[in-house]
Ligand binder design. Sequence first.
Ligand code: 3PG
Length: 307
Amino acid sequence: MKKVLVATEKPFAAVATNGIKKILTAAGYETVLLEKYSDIAEFKTAVAEADALIVRSDKLTKEIVDVAGKLKIVVRAGAGYDNLDLAACTEKGVVAMNTPGQNSNAVAELAIGMMIYMARNGFTPGTGAELKGKKLGIHAYGNVGKLVAALGKGFGMEIHAFDPFVTADALKKDGIVPVADVKELYSKCQYISLHIPANEDTKKSIGYDLLKSMPKGGTLINTARKEVVDEGGLLKALMERNDLKYATDIAPDGLAKMKESVGVRVFATAKKMGAETSEANINAGLAAAQQIVDFFKKGERRFQVNR
Ligand code: 3PG
């Protein structure tokens, strides 16, 4: 009987875990749960017996892949797969997949929630501002970016976007103002919602110059990855301009120092919560289980990311 390990340091909602089990049991597979683990050794022991693996942001390093002697497939239940060592997977013949789009709505709603929170000064007394009439820049128009754009329109925002993989015509069709490059996006828009993946090209790519170029009241919303922001540049820009704000779902390494220096103009969730809705957990978790079944039973590889 094939064993499918669900290794989630941050567990799925129970309703999602039950749904995953149901799909795997119906396929004749055993589900092994490893939740809230605190020691990598537990992950290593469990993965050694697994034929398939479902993770969230759990780091699948080469060290772990190397002990996964039976592993054929890993599915990251979510969008970003920067937590998977793809080279190690490929070297071991392990197929790696993600579940694109499945948790996007939850992340998009959080991005808008953060915009309102920052516009209202962290819900502290004092005069805030409205989103209506402001320019919202979508940095990368993928599954989440598209939803944030649609929600922003609902608030009466003027939506601009930049994505090197999406044409200006496609953006215009969605009622979005295309811009030539990232520089133009940041210099035009009061709100920027970040949706770029973390990879070698994007790491630390959002820094001092871009932030400093933002219009008055410039607010950067990061529901993507902390690695794409150059923390030193961000802090410098925030200190030089007391109208700039930063809200993130992934706390910067130097959060304490940032808070000390700029107060409520910086906000970070206590633990990454963009995809923390039961709907997102159900969508992504069940999709991951189904992708594993379809891979073993039909050879389906549609969402493979390590080709
Ligand atoms: C993703 O890439 O899908 C999101 O960042 C969600 O990550 P999580 O599953 O760790 O909450």
